[in-house]
Design a protein around this ligand. Structure first.
Ligand code: PEP
Length: 261
């Protein structure tokens, strides 16, 4: 792992926990996790829990992320939450998670607007990209990754690219996919190299070296080490295993150990 880049361990709680349950679980995690900015621990609860958790969280220990934002700052958009409404609760937001792309039909246009809205509101977007099983089977992985990068980063300038985090999450490896199968570290290393080479083409070599690239897809305490040991991978986005305190804390511990902290 390149020492100048930070490590991120992100818990995507998805649509789990009431605000009360989220608060209790955060309390349990806070008692077990180190106060440290490296690895940077980020919790992404449901929108409904963001405000209360923002009052509870020790920001030197963990940060909060939204799982989704809407890209307009205000207006008649029933059911949506603007980045401008939650910006005081969060430092990060996921954008373009595959469940948003495929269950809620988010387009590249939506995603690029959300990336821009996050940046406009001082929030770091974590742009999720990754090919489907079909695309992989047909040898379209490279094109899918490129298209999603171009689509999501369309409005991001050279000056702002360092404010974006990329999470590579092949859809076929995410546990919510009923045919999910584990990714091999070599697949993830190849994808990370590809992502950096695309970023180099779009923004130059320095940006490609500096940008944080995370991996997500059914990672657990047994597999975290193999992904965190990859030199081009700067952390993990964790779904299922982040809902179990023992698993999540064990993954953070592995990240700390690999960082010699
Ligand atoms: C995710 O959905 O972001 C994810 C990585 O989920 P899981 O770890 O459960 O595959």
């Amino acid at each position: 792992m390149t020492q100048t880049r930070k490590t991120y361990i992100i818990a995507n709680w998805k649509m789990n926990f009431t605000p009360g349950e989220a608060s209790l679980y955060l309390h349990r995690l806070a008692n077990r996790l180190p106060v440290s900015r490296n690895p940077q621990i980020i919790i992404a609860p449901s929108t409904v829990s963001l405000q209360s958790l923002s009052l509870q969280i020790n920001r030197r220990q963990m940060k909060l992320a939204a799982q989704n934002i809407y890209w307009r700052d205000a207006g008649a958009f029933t059911g949506e939450t603007a980045a401008s409404q939650i910006r005081s609760f969060i430092d990060y937001t996921l954008v373009g998670h595959s469940e948003r792309r495929y269950l809620f039909n988010e387009s590249d246009r939506d995603i690029r607007e959300k990336v821009a809205a996050a940046l406009r509101n001082g929030i770091t977007p974590i742009l999720c990209i990754g090919e489907t099983a079909e695309e992989r089977k047909h040898g379209e992985t490279k094109a899918a990754i490129y298209d999603q990068l171009i689509g999501g980063l369309h409005d991001v300038s050279k000056e702002d690219i360092h404010k974006v985090i990329i999470a590579y999450e092949p859809v076929w490896a995410i546990s919510s996919n009923k045919n999910a199968r584990p990714a091999q570290p070599v697949d993830i290393a190849d994808a990370a190299t590809l992502i950096r080479s695309h970023i180099a083409k779009l923004y130059g070599k320095d940006a490609a070296e500096a940008i944080s690239v995370l991996y997500g897809g059914s990672v657990n305490a047994d597999t975290a080490r193999s992904f965190l040991s990859l030199s081009d991978i700067d952390g993990l986005l964790i779904g299922g295993a982040s809902l179990i305190a023992d698993s999540f804390c064990a993954i953070v511990e592995i990240a700390r150990e690999l960082r010699n902290e």
